[in-house]
Design a protein around this ligand. Structure first.
Ligand code: FMN
Length: 185
């Protein structure tokens, strides 16, 4: 049994990437994992200000925003899942702001506070992987997991999914549920 934390990035309630996240979570729960979700779009996180005051107030960030609630969830997580719409060939700004604040955990005083060992990427886009639309997001994801020394447990890059709910007419939700089910632990 693993503690899985799913970070969603879309401001669309029950949008395509949120539905992918839900399907993944269903599969993972079936498999006995403990799953939590944090919707970055509904608990706004301000961009990192690079003030370098991390931990000076006892918390990772001195500013109070969505990250204040997210931090304890991050500290419990063993598997981190990013579920984002493709925005300008990358992740949404909402989820990126959460990732930027992982900066605090790179500080010497935060050594060993994170237990994350593996990662998953779920994304949806109007374009598709074959046409290169996902190259930027894939490169960012790969660089993040290499830097943090995390194992990649899988990527679902849903293509030709534009309108809200379009993913319901595709195979991707089944693929996401199967990926959730495949998580070992
Ligand atoms: C601000 C914005 C930027 C977008 N940028 C891209 C893009 O670069 N490439 C693409 O294929 N689709 C792009 N899209 C379309 C979304 O990725 C697509 O509709 C996705 O399925 C939305 O997921 P959601 O329903 O979870 O929000 C963009 C949409 C918005 C609103």
């Amino acid at each position: 049994m693993k503690n899985i934390l799913v970070l969603t990035g879309s401001p669309r309630e029950l949008g395509n990437s949120a539905l992918l996240a839900n399907a993944f979570m269903e599969g993972a729960k079936e498999n006995g994992h403990r799953v939590k979700v944090f919707e970055t779009a509904f608990h706004p996180i301000a961009p990192c200000k690079a003030c370098d005051k991390c931990w000076s107030g006892g918390k990772p960030c001195v500013f109070k925003d969505g990250f204040t609630d997210l931090a304890p969830l991050l500290e419990q997580a063993e598997i981190l899942v990013f579920a984002t719409p493709l925005y300008w060939f990358s992740m949404s700004a909402q989820i990126k702001s959460a990732i930027d604040k992982l900066y605090a955990y790179m500080k010497p005083e935060a050594k060993n506070k994170l237990k994350i060992e593996a990662c998953v990427l779920l994304a949806s886009a109007e374009g598709c992987e074959k046409d290169g639309d996902y190259d930027g997001l894939k490169a960012t994801y790969k660089s993040i997991i290499d830097y943090l020394n995390l194992k990649d447990l899988g990527m679902i890059l849903a293509g030709h999914i534009g309108q809200k709910g379009a993913i319901l007419q595709s195979e991707y939700l089944k693929v996401a549920k199967d990926l959730g089910r495949s998580i070992k632990g």
